[in-house]
Ligand binder design. Sequence first.
Ligand SMILES: Cc1ncc(COP(=O)(O)O)c(C=O)c1O
Length: 487
Amino acid sequence: MILERYYHEATNGGEQQILRSFKFPSGSSAQVQCDEDTTSLKNDLSCLANYGAEIEPFIITHGRGAYVYTESGQRILDWTSGQMSCLLGHSHPEVVEVIKAYAETLIHTSSCMVSPPVIRLAKRLTSILPPGLDRAVFLNTGSESNEAAIRLAKTYTGRFEVVGLGQSWHGMTSGAQGAQYQAGRRGHGMKNFSSRNPKLTGLGPSPPGQHMLPQPNAYRSIFRHKDGTYDWESELNYGWSLIDEASYGSIAACLVECVQGDGGIHVLPPGYLKALKSHCERRGILLIVDEAQTGLCRTGELFGIDHDKVVPDILTLSKPLGNGLPISAMVTSAKIDQAAKEKGFLFFTTHANDPLVAAVGEKVLEIATREDLLENVRARSQQLHAGLHRLKDRYGCIGDVRGIGLMKGIEIVSDRESKEPAAELAKQLSKAMLQRGLWCQLQSQRVFRIGMPITSTEQEIEEGLDILEEAFNTTANTQPLFKVESG
Ligand SMILES: Cc1ncc(COP(=O)(O)O)c(C=O)c1O
């Protein structure tokens, strides 16, 4: 397939200066001045250290709205919003304006000082969260916010054990990773990054006192009612009974996502979070909800916790808050905040409560809470849901389509009966999608994670669905369920 090119190159007055004019789907255009030919940069790729990712063989030169653009001019529909972060699309014009304005006003302060955007952001964030989540501090990454939350829970309760869900993802720092039963943790989970690489050794133990509840996986769980439906209640109760036996009686926190993103888009069943909260209360454990991927409208409600109307003791929010810039939040109750302060709680970092990113966060919250955006998520979610189920009806290799709002997953199997994962086929499909201009990140080697910007239009969703259909149609072994016309 010949890829449509959206740019032209021109040399300027004989100087080695490259101008690229990009035409965006909206009809607007931009001229980007490149200091050097980006293709030659590929020769210097070897200067980059490995951090565990499989780097794609192209270079992204810029992004706009739902799309990113490569050095060769390929336009890619970004269905994971970068790393699930560009909630409002790449380079949202209002966000860009704030960045420009604050870059000239105040970028950073001492962590002992505070600035107007930080105070305004704390007020805005706590005012859209339920009472009981009324004190916020701003950090940088999701890992950091979870690290701070775990530390706060330990300080407040005076205990040290932590409970997490199977296949969860909370970050790469040791506290967050300790509650994460997935990548980087050898011996846990189905074919994850670590078990894929038997050479991974030497990480040593995670912090002591880590416990795991079974992953709430409605598709694969062995806990079933007589009619075959998922019996999450028995699974959850059984999980806690095991933890009660294993625990030293010193559990500080239970940390969960409302929708497991990296774990394969598993939505907590209705009632699950409420039941979990009650398990925690009975044991004097703080419930921490990690809204790194579910926060700010993506699930069709402002926050993931709104579906079950549960108020956790601590909530963390990261990726979408900065729309691509590094800002995260840890939010808790006034009671926990004050009590932990009296006990000497410390999470002092260089970029705590930094002004520029806080100003961006404030703008993101303002835009995300505009009524029409939540409406857009709900409408686009229905369109996406219908389109993905149409695809499932057409291709037998799709074992499951699941998700909520604009957070969806497609699980690829070699056989619907046995649910055998089909990692190689998923890889081929991923390649076919990318060739046709769709980026849809593959999780656990078999689940496509979808989380496009919440500003996505009807046409953009349709375009992505068309590419998916073409990719499934042209890849071998997708098991078409419809009659293929010959000739
Ligand atoms: C639910 C969740 N929590 C925490 C993190 C870690 O965030 P970060 O990579 O910003 O440290 C991630 C990252 O993917 C995540 O998905």
